[in-house]
Design a protein around this ligand. Structure first.
Ligand SMILES: NC(=O)C1=CN([C@@H]2O[C@H](COP(=O)(O)OP(=O)(O)OC[C@H]3O[C@@H](n4cnc5c(N)ncnc54)[C@H](OP(=O)(O)O)[C@@H]3O)[C@@H](O)[C@H]2O)C=CC1
Ligand SMILES: CC(=O)N[C@@H](CCC(=O)OP(=O)(O)O)C(=O)O
Length: 345
């Protein structure tokens, strides 16, 4: 049994962590923070957790979030996370950070896309929390940087193919669409029902901040620089991401070779499913699960490979993956608390 706490538990990823941890056999959730709901019982804010999570929210600096705690989930916006990390490290707790603050290894690149980094001394030791490719580092880490939601959907299918030299490094295009919960639970005019419902639109087209994170991990896999074109879109749904990725195969590479590479990388991975030829992923099939589903089709006219990847942005895109990482860091079975299936219609 291990004791855990959540800083930023009144947001979407924090609430999902509470939902998942309440079904985890070996984690005891001891404290959860929110400034706006401080003092209120969790079930008053999230009715769905009634009877399961009996805690009340505390301020983010409350000692119960750290004292006798083995691992803290930081489910706060970037910058708030890096402000908290030095004290958490000094207190000797393990941390899974769901924000972007420790994902990008180069502090100047981070500053270009986000804000100046205030504790770059922790960047080198932070494990990049994609267990399918980084399991051994995560097991030993005291700080894990949980990947971005779009990033997980895009790099999961591409890493093995770039490692195996099956795709050209130039000209990869990823078009992704996300449900609105990807933007968090804060109020914002462009996220109200009247703006989002019955609407579908691209955003951040000049450059989304997940681009450098994707390029960092893909370049590592390819052993050389990868530059990709990424365009996010806002979908009128609450959860889910579907990424459609276009890539040029390396000389004469067939679909069969792509499937063989995926089989090699993922056959023992419980949370990655490669769909058989002819079947394509759909967001509902992974809703509420920790799974990524991946499909493939070759365009016979252009010769491009079309790769389709779907996940739930809140689960495998954030809190489910965070729990998978926490299980590893605490020496537990990686899949504990994460076995749920998606929806049939
Ligand atoms: N939503 C998603 O699909 C994904 C989100 N992420 C990342 O996960 C993190 C959380 O996202 P999400 O849950 O969507 O965000 P929300 O906006 O829904 O929630 C943010 C939480 O952080 C708390 N918070 C905000 N500012 C501070 C602060 N300065 N100090 C302490 N607590 C603070 C808020 O509560 P209160 O203000 O009451 O204290 C709230 O509980 C972000 O870094 C996000 O980028 C990553 C992948 C996917
Ligand atoms: C729909 C939507 O708005 N999605 C968010 C997802 C990014 C996110 O959560 O970003 P970090 O974890 O990298 O901070 C966005 O595009 O900003």
């Amino acid at each position: 049994m291990a004791n855990v706490s959540i800083i930023g538990a009144s947001g979407y990823t924090g609430a999902e962590l509470m939902r998942l941890i309440s079904a985890h056999p070996d984690l005891d959730l001891k404290a959860v923070s929110s400034r706006q709901f401080c003092g209120q019982p969790v079930e008053q804010v999230f009715g769905a957790l009634g009877g399961e999570v009996t805690l009340s929210f505390v301020e983010p600096d409350h000692e119960s979030l750290v004292k006798d705690i083995d691992l803290v989930f930081l489910a706060v916006p970037h910058q708030a996370a890096m402000n908290a990390v030095p004290d958490l490290m000094a207190a000797g707790v393990k941390v899974v950070d769901l924000s972007a603050d420790f994902r990008i290894k180069d502090a100047s690149l981070y500053e270009k896309w986000y804000v100046p980094h205030t504790c770059p001394e922790f960047l080198a030791e932070a494990a990049y929390g994609l267990p399918e490719f980084n399991r051994e580092l995560i097991k030993k880490a005291r700080l894990t940087a949980n990947p971005g939601c779009y990033v997980t959907s895009v790099i999961m299918p591409l890493i093995p193919l770039l490692r195996d030299g099956l795709l050209q490094r130039e000209g990869i295009i990823a078009n992704s669409a996300s449900g609105v919960s990807g933007a968090g639970r804060k109020a914002s005019l462009n996220l109200i029902h009247g703006e989002v419902h019955e609407n579908f639109k691209p955003y951040a087209v000049a450059g989304h901040r997940h681009t450098p994170e994707m390029e960092q991990e893909l370049s590592l896999a390819a052993g050389g620089e990868v530059r990709l074109t990424f365009t996010p879109h806002l979908l009128p749904m609450d959860r889910g991401i579907l990424s459609t990725i276009y890539a040029k195969p390396a000389d004469k590479v067939s679909e069969k070779e792509i499937y063989v590479s995926w089989e090699k990388a993922f056959s023992n991975e419980p949370f990655v499913r490669i769909l058989p030829e002819g079947r394509l992923p759909a967001t509902k099939e992974v809703r509420g699960t920790n799974r990524v589903q991946i499909g493939l089709a070759k365009d016979p006219r252009s010769g491009l490979m079309k790769i389709f990847s779907t996940l739930d942005n809140i689960t495998k895109g954030a809190s489910g993956q965070a729990l998978q990482n926490a299980n590893l860091m605490l020496g537990m079975d990686e899949g504990l608390g994460l076995t749920g299936l998606g929806q049939t219609p």
